[in-house]
Design a protein around this ligand. Structure first.
Ligand code: ZN
Ligand code: ZN
Length: 240
């Protein structure tokens, strides 16, 4: 498929403790790899807040949280590359991670401590407003997947330092044919970048446009390394 490649799952070292590449460098690497854009999905969860939100001031916490995205956006704008705001939420109940799209800075600032509720509570409250995609649901043997709290799931997570059990995620999506099936690199450090993503028929410039494109199912998966999963998605989509 002709189109524009985007990575919906990347991190920055400015915001994510586990990220080892500065935002600007992540952008440069994706430009070099022929991508048109990426979504910055830095971690937002109680453990992160306990580290940076020492004054218990949500607006200050968001100032910190948005540092990586803003540095990324600045470099992206210079290079004509689309940098989109997303988030990777985790709730106190367990270590599941949820990618969220269709947000902007205002949305983050006006929903204080939304990551301190639960996956189901979050879904109940926001499922009409934002797109919620389970990141690597079965990573490292996880068994507690809340299938009723997401709109879809990654079936390809490219991160090489975890056993992501992408095969189980694909099975999950076979049980839920209505689920959006996504792919992302989960970029944290050198060598993670540009291993998986989506191909869109048009460029998207913000989180709302990206969400709309996914909801219209106007996307294909891309990952040479996980080609059998790309093919499985294609087969499910076309019914062949
Ligand atoms: Zn991380
Ligand atoms: Zn991640």
């Amino acid at each position: 498929m002709q189109g524009y490649r985007y990575d919906p799952h990347t991190h920055t070292s400015e915001t994510s403790k586990c990220g080892h590449l500065p935002a600007a460098e992540v952008v440069e690497r994706y430009v070099k790899n022929g991508f048109s854009g990426l979504v910055v999905t830095d971690h937002l969860h109680p453990e992160y807040l306990s580290r940076i939100d020492t004054e218990h001031d949500w607006q200050k916490a968001m100032d910190h949280y948005l540092t990586g995205y803003k540095a990324s956006k600045k470099r992206g704008d210079e290079l004509g590359f689309d940098v989109i705001l997303g988030a990777e939420l985790r709730f106190p109940e367990n270590d599941n991670d949820y990618l969220v799209y269709g947000i902007d800075e205002d949305w983050l600032r006006s929903h204080p401590y939304m990551c301190c509720t639960s996956a189901r509570e979050f879904y109940e409250k926001f499922h009409n407003d934002v797109l919620i995609i389970h990141a690597h649901p079965y990573r490292d043997g996880n068994l507690t997947v809340f299938e009723d709290a997401v709109h879809g799931s990654e079936i390809i997570n490219g991160n090489p330092r975890h056993d992501n059990h992408n095969d189980l995620a694909l099975e999950l999506c076979r049980r839920h044919p209505d689920f959006y099936r996504l792919a992302g690199s989960d970029t944290h450090q050198d060598g993670d970048e540009a291993r998986a993503g989506v191909i869109l028929p048009e460029r998207v410039h913000d989180s709302y446009q990206y969400k709309a494109m996914i909801e219209a199912r106007r996307f294909r998966l891309w990952s040479p390394e996980f080609q059998s999963f790309v093919d499985a998605d294609e087969a499910m989509r076309t019914g062949k």
